[in-house]
Design a protein around this ligand. Structure first.
Ligand code: NAP
Ligand code: G4F
Length: 346
């Protein structure tokens, strides 16, 4: 039997880059869709040998965009993948309030374009489909912790768009028999996380503050809680979901939740310091115990019109059915991220 062929949309992102590495290690022929950008977006793929339409390279990159149905369809027909991992998204929740229509086009209709291409091109028996669903679907949570059975209550244009994708995956599975699965992944982080997400932002800026390169950081809501795991373990779960003998949906999470304040505190502990908090509301400040320096202030720009206050996942089904379990917990995740950030700034 020849090599299995995988197509990853969103290959330049945090998850796409880890997944590409893992699939190569498993012996896959890996293809990725990459947008034409004015500045280079391939930093996360730096350790991989990549090339455009070049079968001699490890990863074949194809220019494309999931808002372009012709492009998606053309790539699907050309590559004839055994597995599609649809990770492409406008993935920033707050920014989805600024660009809701674009977010819907990418995060909702992008998924439909792949599924339609599978059905239209008679790929139903060949191609398995993974959809990057999200714990943001739970939004104003209806149950604690959240499982595959917890009702959704999305709280942002991002989450509403992802809700369309979740259901269109279920529908194409039931209507046409597509092997299509939702991974309902809770927040997962790493050195490769985009700089505007909270874990990477706090780690990156805290390191700069401790090195004397800047004075303070501005954050939004310090009180929301997230279930943060380590990204490479989560991309491994994506693969395991598609190897299961039937298409199903799975929650992937650590089962532990922490506030943004606890994140800030843990990051500074890993940098040999500690933070105390003074003031309330917009006047709340984080202060370094070592020297009294104000290192955190609040900027309401980072508030969301509607917030997701608490996420904590129950990944029992993934453990029982797939044998998947989160290994890296909050404290170890912060340790890894601070250590990788320090190395990158040496
Ligand atoms: P990310 O780092 O923001 O990566 C998003 C990827 O999508 C990038 O490669 C980006 O390309 C690409 N993309 C954006 N718009 C596109 C378009 N119109 N056409 C083609 N590609 C496009 O996200 P991530 O953290 O790796 O997450 C991967 C997926 O999982 C996303 O769908 C996200 O919504 C979902 N998810 C993430 C988490 C998490 O905690 N990380 C949790 C649950 C679900 P550029 O590099 O050109 O921008
Ligand atoms: O890091 P965040 O921007 O991640 P968020 O909104 O939880 O979304 C991420 O995880 C989802 C899975 O649950 C993915 F689907 C999604 O694509 C993305 O990867 O914000 C986390 C929390 C929020 O409550 C936010 O209000 O941190 C709070 N926060 C406080 N200050 C901040 C900031 N978030 C950001 N990005 N920047 C701040 O300065």
């Amino acid at each position: 039997m020849g090599k299995k062929v995988a197509l990853i949309s969103g290959i330049t992102g945090q998850d796409g880059s880890y997944l590409a590495e893992q699939l190569l290690e498993k012996g896959y022929e890996v293809h990725g869709i990459i947008r034409r950008n004015s500045s280079d977006s391939t930093g996360n793929l730096a350790i991989l040998e990549t090339g455009y339409h070049n079968p001699l390279k490890k990863v074949n990159l194809h220019y494309g965009d999931v808002t372009d149905s012709n492009n998606v369809d053309k790539l699907m027909r050309k590559i004839q993948p055994d597995e599609v991992y649809n990770l492409a998204a406008q993935s920033h929740v707050r920014i989805s309030f600024d660009i809701p229509e674009y977010t819907a086009n990418v995060d909702a209709l992008g998924t439909l374009r792949f599924l339609e291409s599978i059905v239209k091109n008679d790929l139903v028996k060949k191609t398995k489909f993974y959809q990057a669903s999200t714990s943001e679907l739970y939004g104003e949570v209806q149950e604690i912790p959240q499982t595959e059975k917890t009702p959704f209550y999305p709280r942002s244009p991002y989450a509403v768009a992802k809700m369309y994708s979740y259901w269109i995956v279920v529908n194409y599975r039931e209507a046409y028999g597509v092997f299509a699965c939702n991974g309902i992944l809770f927040n997962h982080e790493s050195f490769r996380r985009g700089l505007s997400f909270i874990t990477k932002k706090v780690v990156n800026l805290a390191v700069k503050i401790k090195k004397g390169k800047m004075d303070k950081m501005f954050l939004g809501n310090l009180y929301s809680k997230r279930d943060w795991g380590y990204a490479p373990e989560y991309t491994e779960a994506m693969w395991e979901i598609l190897q299961h003998d039937q298409p199903e949906d799975f929650v992937i999470a650590t089962g532990e939740t922490h506030t943004i304040k606890e994140l800030v505190e843990e990051v500074f502990v890993n940098l040999g310091d500690s933070v105390r908090w003074e003031g309330e509301g917009l006047e709340e400040k984080g202060i370094l115990n070592s020297n009294g320096q104000v290192v955190v202030e609040i900027d309401p720009h980072y508030f969301r019109p509607t917030e997701v206050n608490l996420l904590i996942g129950d990944a029992t089904k993934a453990k029982e059915v797939l044998g998947w379990e989160a290994k890296t917990r909050f404290k170890d995740l912060v340790k890894i991220m601070v250590s990788d950030e320090l190395k990158s700034m040496q």
